[in-house]
Design a binder for this molecule. Structure first.
Ligand code: UGB
Length: 600
């Protein structure tokens, strides 16, 4: 290699390491010294980056890959020898006393938490040209997921200070893990929207690097098909978030600032912050080092199950077992029905929604031991049953929810089950695939994600005593969905059920065709009968009481087809646009008490 181009001592070391690790094939097509030297130097720059961005370096990556590929070739499962059982955790029921107690505790605890959004995924399955966090969560107000998350974190920040009679509001740290695919555009969305009201200093973007692809069972690194001087790379998975946080130094800063929790969440779940206060309350009350947010899961549902695994050698862990592995694991453990519902009508294993709450202290201790490395897996697509060659290159992957795999059996690992209608409606599938989902299974589309927000808000108001007319079934982009009244509110209007209940009076009613948008903190609904569209914008200092009967043509959902290129993509993807026929809209930008009582 030294004869092929002028190398620095560091580059010579990297070259030696590659040759020692059986990677001399990477240099086979290289031209003589003095030719294409710039491309050769670019090669070593890439190798240096691959070496520094992986815990233990590239040699460790190749070694791990060989071990995992050998296990995969013989069909060895990471769960061999483990017996599955149902773990312990907290099962919550929305708005009962237990839930309300945990919500209160969670909002108080929020000022001691940092929020981490894993947003490096490109969302191939969604087929959206933009980045997923910039996708509209709902078209009524045009709020995107990133705006929704930031406004919810800011509301938690204010609510936590208020509930603890704090003298000053602690800024809740917000980290976004990005990737080459999403970094620049995530920053653009933040900057062009003034960070949606959050201080720029509060937000940190950590970019995950890709990992080297592997061409065969000997873990030979694959060259980029279009450039013999570049190693082919692919994403390593959301598990990178742990090593990124560890190497960023942020964890120690947070610990010194008195923080106690780190909450990890995904890019497109518009319901999430309805579940976070209670879940954080469970973590703080039960002192869980790991708390997996979960929902009731039907057996065989395409959703991981939170499972206790106990090995004959004494090892035990509570982790997410992907649904396609849970059934064989249960059968091998002597459960003839495998993944089956129990008497509750649901699987005894809570459904993983991949939102985690980790206790900061033990988290730092664990990452100090592991360097942030998460147990990986490899999933090669073999050419044939001999499993000797791959159809295409593969790579090691890791998932953030596999963090507990390295924890000692003494670690306090639990879960919090929330009602699915309140907590979980991710947007992962494009319209075409969603329309083909077997009946009864979730669409996980932009359509279902938006409708789930209206349904959750309607059900919350019903529980608070408001008469909300039930849904009608409608079909958008080939998906039959429940269409509830289009009710949305800013997180600061109501973070907890108690807060929402304190702002509505029993005799309110909302018809199915109605739209209600509450963009303010102190808006109170009293004897309101709404049949049409009502939009209220108010500053925090304005206290607005809305009474009486409001009737107008309202805002209607107008169907559009996802292939109709004349409509914007963020509307096509959900299959409808909002036709704003008529509304009552009031803006209160002065401090004071106001009554909105339209003359009939
Ligand atoms: N993500 C990254 O930030 N970096 C990456 O390299 C990859 C993803 P997907 P996935 O909710 O039902 C997860 O692709 O991984 C981000 C759980 O593993 O949306 O297929 C990405 O931006 C699975 O157990 O989902 O499945 C997004 O925010 C189950 O819980 C997040 O990671 C499943 O979600 C998830 O990436 C689910």
């Amino acid at each position: 290699v030294k004869n092929l181009c002028l190398l620095s001592p560091d580059q010579i070391e990297l070259g030696k390491m590659l040759v020692e690790m059986g990677q001399s094939h990477l240099f086979q097509q290289w031209t003589d010294a003095g030719v294409e030297d710039d491309k050769k130097k670019a090669f070593f720059d890439q190798v240096a980056k691959l070496n520094t961005s992986y815990p233990g370096g590239l040699a460790s990556y190749i070694k791990n890959a060989r071990e995992l590929l050998a296990d995969s070739k013989v069909g060895k499962s990471p769960y061999d020898g483990f017996t599955p059982s149902v773990p312990t955790g907290e099962v919550l029921s929305f708005c009962d006393d237990n839930f309300i107690k945990y919500e209160e505790a969670g909002v108080k605890e929020a000022q001691n938490a940092a929020f981490v959004l894993v947003a490096g995924g490109l969302g191939e399955r969604l087929g959206y040209n933009g980045i997923k966090v910039a996708l509209l969560a709902e078209a009524t107000t045009g709020t995107c997921f990133l705006q929704l998350y930031i406004e919810a974190i800011l509301a938690l920040q204010e609510g936590s200070c208020r509930l603890t009679q704090g003298t000053f509001q602690k800024d809740i740290p917000f980290v976004i893990m990005t990737s080459d695919d999403t970094h620049t555009r995530t920053l653009e969305v933040l900057e062009s929207n003034s960070y949606f009201g959050m201080k720029p200093t509060q937000v940190k973007l950590l970019k995950q690097e890709k990992v080297a692809c592997l061409d065969d069972n000997d873990a030979r690194l694959a060259l980029d098909p279009h450039n013999k001087y570049q190693i082919q790379t692919k994403p390593h998975g959301h598990g990178d978030v742990h090593s990124l946080l560890y190497s960023s130094g942020l964890l120690k800063v947070w610990l010194d600032a008195g923080l106690r929790w780190v909450l990890f969440f995904q890019d497109t779940n518009g319901l999430l912050f309805k579940a976070i206060p209670a879940s954080l309350g469970v973590s703080a009350t039960k002192q869980y080092q790991v708390n997996s947010l979960a929902v009731q899961r039907k057996a065989k549902e395409a959703m991981g199950g939170i499972t206790r695994l106990t090995h004959s050698d004494g090892r035990s862990m509570v982790i997410n077992v992907e649904y396609n592995q849970l059934d064989p694991l249960l059968r091998a453990a002597g459960h003839p029905d495998g993944d089956a519902d129990c008497e509750t009508g649901y699987s005894p294993f809570p459904g993983n929604i991949n939102q985690l709450i980790l206790e900061l202290g033990p988290y730092i201790e664990e990452l100090t031991k592991t360097g942030g490395a998460i147990k990986e897996f490899v999933n090669p697509k073999y050419k044939d049953a001999s499993k000797t060659s791959f159809k295409s290159s593969t790579r090691l992957e890791c998932m953030m929810q596999d963090y507990p795999k390295t924890l000692p059996p003494t670690a306090r690992v639990g879960f919090t089950v929330m009602d699915k209608w309140l907590a979980y409606a991710p947007v992962k599938n494009n319209p075409e695939d969603a329309s083909k989902v077997p009946k009864g299974n979730p669409y996980h589309s932009a359509t279902s994600g938006e409708m789930a927000i209206y349904r959750a808000n309607s059900l919350i108001l019903v529980k608070a005593g408001v008469q909300v007319e039930g849904p009608v079934q409608q079909v958008f982009n080939g998906q039959e969905v429940e269409v509830w009244p289009r009710i949305t509110w800013k997180p600061k209007w109501g973070l907890t059920f108690s807060e929402i209940k304190s702002k509505v009076r029993q005799s309110c009613s909302v018809s199915q065709r109605s739209t209600m948008v509450l963009k303010g903190r102190n808006i109170f609904l009293e004897d309101l009968s709404l049949d049409g569209a009502l939009i209220i914008n108010s500053i925090d200092g304005a206290e607005v009481k809305v009474e009486g009967s409001i009737q107008n043509k309202g805002w209607l959902l107008e169907r559009i087809h996802y292939k109709d290129s004349s409509s914007p993509e963020e509307l096509r993807i959900r299959g409808f646009k909002i036709n704003r026929l008529e509304q009552l809209e009031q803006t209160y930008s002065e401090t004071g008490k106001f009554i909105l009582k339209p003359q009939c």
